[in-house]
Design a protein around this ligand. Structure first.
Ligand code: KG4
Ligand code: ZN
Length: 339
């Protein structure tokens, strides 16, 4: 069988990205134009600005992804684009662009679920990984504990009932003056702090073993900061960062390992922007080793938003013959597993 080349396009949040992936596993190019510097000025992603920047950059990013590989449009077997979930205006830029290229060139179009893309980043990082496996997807917008039953077949075992893990990192970072984006800054600051300095709560959701809740933890950090301010006490930013991070990591790893035991997974993977967190990677690796599970985690550049993961997910849709047509639209709250 000849090689399958897929162009991936991603624009669901604040990264404009395009990539070419061979046979769903081999990255030929992976272009990412981040808007972080612009949104940092506002302390978070401004949707209107994100859409405008995607429009300004998307052509150049796609051109660069093709040029770097020497692949031309004619060589492509399909164009895979994120159509949800995400910011509707941002998603629309990628979807409209992919539809236009597909219409103009006759290359088949594939719609990809963003979270499915995050999970498939693991296929790029380890070409031997095959389903079934358990996966913890932790990003700025989502916290999902997923059973990956087969390619393109998912069962969501648990999810956050309020804030996503990355959202909690971003909000706490802002409160302790570290700015945006919070995850990498807390990760860094925590290295100098004591994770047991402050006993922050481990969020539980009544009646659900696998669901998450991070809003109570966020409030506990804000209360701690307010009390310190009222009493005129100095806070230790590294200690707050380390103690907060410890509380998040503790809950994530406990739930993930509980699911691994209950569902008898033999492999467990991490995915999403928060999977770039050094403490989480470390703890998951140890917890998996203790239980004899093989642990998978993409390198940080494939954890945060990119288009190679979208092309990888698109490959398995391609093999199933699941193509989109010109009616493909952005779906901001697209659930995982829907077609
Ligand atoms: O997957 P992603 O790039 O975008 C979404 O799909 O949401 O995830 C972005 C999130 C942000 O909340 C960011 O703060 C968090 O991932 N993040 C991290 C780290 N790097 C990125 N959180 C904790 N530690 C990190 N090193
Ligand atoms: Zn993402």
């Amino acid at each position: 069988m000849s090689d399958t080349l897929i162009l991936g396009i991603e624009s669901s949040c604040d990264e404009t990205a395009a990539a070419v992936v061979k046979n769903g596993r081999e990255i030929l190019s992976n272009e990412i134009s981040s808007q972080i510097d612009i949104h940092t000025l506002y302390g978070g992603v401004v949707p209107e600005i994100a859409s405008r920047k995607h429009i300004e950059r998307i052509d150049r990013v796609i051109e660069a992804a093709l040029q770097k590989t020497g692949v031309t449009l004619r060589d492509l077997d399909a164009i895979a684009v994120t159509y949800g979930p995400g910011l509707v205006g941002a998603l629309l830029v990628g979807v409209a662009e992919a539809k236009a290229i597909s219409f103009g060139s006759g290359i088949p179009l594939i719609g990809v679920h963003h979270i499915e893309g995050h999970i498939c980043a693991n296929y790029l990082a380890d070409s031997e990984l095959t389903p079934p496996f358990g996966c913890l997807v932790v990003s700025g917008g989502h916290t999902h504990l997923v059973s990956v039953k087969d390619y393109g077949e998912y069962e969501v075992l648990g999810r956050t009932q309020d804030d996503a893990a990355g959202e909690a990192f971003d909000k706490v970072a802002r409160a302790i003056g570290l700015g945006y984006p919070g995850g990498p800054k807390i990760d860094q600051a925590a290295k100098e702090g004591d994770p047991s300095a402050i006993a922050f709560p481990r969020g539980r959701v009544d009646g659900s073993e696998y669901d998450f809740s991070f809003s109570g933890l966020k409030s506990a950090v804000l209360n701690y900061l307010n009390h310190a301010e009222m009493k005129g006490e100095e806070i230790s930013v590294p200690d707050v960062a380390a103690s907060f991070q410890e509380a998040v990591v503790d809950v994530l790893v406990t739930h993930a390992m509980h699911a691994a035991e209950e569902y008898r997974f033999t492999k467990f993977a991490l995915a999403g922007g928060v999977a770039a967190n050094s403490a989480l990677r470390n703890r998951m690796e140890k917890a998996c080793a203790k239980r004899g599970l093989t642990f998978y985690c993409p390198p940080p550049i494939l954890c945060t938003d990119n288009a190679a993961m979208i092309a990888a997910a698109g490959y398995y849709e391609f093999l199933q013959g699941r193509f989109a047509d010109a009616s493909l639209n952005a779906v901001p709250n697209l659930p995982l597993g829907s077609r």
